[in-house]
Design a protein around this ligand. Structure first.
Ligand SMILES: [Zn+2]
Length: 245
């Protein structure tokens, strides 16, 4: 029978057995955020969720949470983007990690598919502070691309060739290259976002022509490298816990 890794689809007995076998929880996190005309607003969390499932498959264990769409800015003023304050995000992640410790987590991997300094710095600071308070649990907190290179490049961008390629591979049915155009995409600029925001450019320009630079093959290469890197890091953290306790 195919193994189950999705928290929300597990029966209580499966859940308990899985935690006992491998007390690892993998949390995909993102944002509802503008990603050009060819990609959906939920891309970051959907991408992270699909990658987290591949990490669990590679590990042969661990429990993957449903995608979280609440995060820090963000192209806050572009069409459809919703962003949240640091205070709210701290509370959300603190209570989530408290709950995961309650159900037996020893390693929690917070994997963000939404990048940028607001989100990445928040997540890393949160993890550092949480582990200082609760040294019994190991938190891994990082953007997917961290520690990975593809042909000498870090596979990180916003709606560019890396994200587009990964999404083509993970969710081809939600990728609409027929909507992509090299000139200015639909953005809309909202006034006065309610919380602090990343000072995004008012004008958007593409670094390259995605119809030429993005591909399913490149996406698979990125996703495989990310999956290998993060699953190795989780196993190392788990072994250190088992060896040290
Ligand atoms: Zn993104």
């Amino acid at each position: 029978m195919e193994k189950k890794y999705r928290y929300e689809e597990m029966m209580p007995a499966e859940f308990l057995k899985s935690v006992e076998r491998m007390p690892v929880f993998i949390v995909p996190t993102g944002l509802l955020e503008w990603h050009g005309d060819h990609l959906p607003l939920g891309l970051d969390a959907l991408k992270a969720h699909a990658i987290c499932l591949k990490i669990a498959e590679k590990l042969g264990g661990g429990i993957v949470l449903p995608p979280n769409y609440y995060g820090r800015p963000g192209y806050s003023r572009y069409a459809g983007t919703l962003t949240f304050s640091e205070a709210l995000m701290n509370l959300l992640f603190t209570e989530l990690c408290d709950q995961l410790r309650k159900v037996g987590a020893q390693v929690i991997a917070l994997i963000t598919g939404h990048y940028g300094p607001c989100q990445v710095n928040f997540l890393k600071n949160f993890a550092y502070n949480y582990m200082t308070e609760y040294p019994g649990v190991t938190l891994i907190a990082k953007p997917e691309y961290e520690g990975v290179t593809i042909n000498g490049e870090v596979p990180a961008d916003h709606a560019g060739k890396w994200e587009t390629s990964m999404f083509m591979y993970l969710h081809s049915e939600l990728t609409h290259m027929e909507n992509y155009r090299l000139d200015t995409p639909i953005r809309k600029i909202y006034d006065n976002p309610p919380n602090d925001w990343y000072k995004e450019e008012a004008l958007w320009t593409w670094k390259d022509d995605l119809t030429k630079s993005a591909s399913i093959e490149l996406g698979k290469q990125c996703v495989d490298a990310i999956t290998n890197s993060i699953s190795t890091e989780i196993l190392t953290a788990l072994n250190q816990k088992e060896g040290g306790q």
